[in-house]
Structure formats: structure tokens, C-alpha cells
Write a protein that binds this ligand. Structure first.
Ligand SMILES: [Zn+2]
Length: 228
């Protein structure tokens, strides 16, 4: 019985959601801390938080849509080219496939058998896998990916925004830094455990970046707040 468990291909969407929430927390938490450090009024801090939540979520959606669409376009174009080549130069494609298998260590005889049998079964699928690294048609759904990453960013941005709405100005920086860092440690740990990696290391990595982002933004807010 082979009991080993691999998790690299598991719950990818959940990891993406956790990463989106990380982004929302770090960017909106830093924004609130930065604007509050500049000595802005409570309403101005809240406005900045809401604007940061909306603009961040939309920017994530746009980025994800473009990235998933262009990835799908590239795959489609590669597959079309491969299909044309298979139809036009079947022998050249056969030799190409045999070379790939001999390059991976098969003897020429075995490589030829493997290439011919796989070509007979599914020529395009075989070339897509071995040459292009495309395993299954990914069925990329750009709109779904865009909505998912906007939603996870907004979810992460919600705690600092809520704190900006309810906390008085003198408690705001401490409250936002504390809550955001706590949540980032949890999210970092969750992401690490989903990937089967060390939980403390994952938590500290995310928490460390969050602390650095909020610290730098606080300093920037203080400096510009004094100048403006
Ligand atoms: Zn080919």
C-alpha cells in the first residue's frame, strides 16, 4: 500500500483565495495605518480604507482576468499550431517525439514503440503533454477567476476597514496592526498547511511581510503627514 500523500495538486483554489485575502489584509491594513499615522481625521481614514478595498479588489480582478485569458490564448494557439504540424509533417513530429523519449533515458527501440503507441491513441494529447507541458485542457475560466480573486481580496480588506469604522483615532493604529498581524499569522499557517509545508515558517513569513509593509507605510505616512 502506497500511503504517501502529495498535495501539490490539491485545493488550488483555496490556496488562491487565502493568498488573495493576504493581499487585501496587507494592503488595506497598511493603507489605514499609513493614513492614520499622517494624523488624518477618522472619516478620512475610513474613506481611504473603503477606496483601498474597492480599488484593490478591482485591480485583482483585472489582473487575474488578463492573466488567465492570455494563458488560455497561448495554450489555444500552441495547440492549434501543434495540430497543424501533426497534419502537415507527421514523420517529423514522430521523430521529435522519439527524441524526447530517448532524451529522458529510453532506448531508441522502446522510445519508438512508446511514441508510436501513444500517437496512435491520441497524437495531439501526447504532443501537448510532452512538448508543451499542457496536461489537460485547462478549461480556463477568466471571469470566474477574476470574481474569486476580487472577493478574496475584499474579504481580507474587510477587517481593517471595519476597524477604521469603529475604533477611535487614538486606538486605530494599534488595533489595525494587532488584528491584521494576528489574521496574517493564521492565514500564513493555513496556506502552509494546505501546501503540506511547515506551519510556523509559513505563518512567520506572511506575518513578517505584513509587519514590514505596515511599518514602512506608517513611516511614509508620518513623513508626508508632517510635510503636507
Ligand atoms: Zn509535436
Amino acid at each position: 500500500m502506497h500511503g504517501e500523500r502529495h498535495r501539490t495538486d490539491r485545493i488550488g483554489w483555496l490556496r488562491a483565495a487565502v493568498l488573495g485575502a493576504n493581499d487585501g489584509l496587507i494592503s488595506t491594513g497598511s493603507l489605514v495605518v499609513g493614513v492614520a499615522s499622517a494624523g488624518a481625521q477618522e472619516t478620512a481614514v475610513l474613506l481611504a480604507a473603503v477606496a483601498g478595498l474597492v480599488s484593490g479588489a478591482l485591480s485583482m480582478a483585472a489582473g487575474e482576468y488578463v492573466s488567465v485569458s492570455s494563458q488560455a490564448d497561448t495554450e489555444r494557439a500552441d495547440l492549434a499550431k501543434e495540430r497543424r504540424e501533426l497534419a502537415t509533417y507527421p514523420e517529423a513530429e514522430r521523430i521529435e517525439l522519439i527524441r524526447i523519449y530517448t532524451g529522458r533515458g529510453l532506448s531508441p527501440d522502446v522510445a519508438t514503440q512508446v511514441a508510436d503507441q501513444l500517437t496512435a491513441k491520441d497524437a495531439l494529447g501526447t504532443h501537448a503533454r510532452e512538448e508543451l507541458g499542457i496536461h489537460e485542457t485547462m478549461q480556463a475560466r477568466p471571469l470566474q477567476a477574476a470574481v474569486a480573486s476580487a472577493a478574496s481580496f475584499a474579504l481580507g480588506a474587510t477587517p481593517p476597514t471595519l476597524l477604521a469604522a469603529i475604533l477611535p483615532a487614538r486606538m486605530l493604529t494599534l488595533g489595525v496592526v494587532g488584528v491584521s498581524l494576528g489574521l496574517l499569522l493564521v492565514l500564513g499557517g493555513v496556506a502552509a498547511s494546505l501546501g503540506g509545508a511547515s506551519i510556523p515558517r509559513g505563518a512567520l513569513r506572511v506575518g513578517g511581510w505584513g509587519a514590514a509593509a505596515m511599518g514602512v507605510t506608517a513611516v511614509a505616512g508620518k513623513i508626508f503627514g508632517a510635510v503636507v
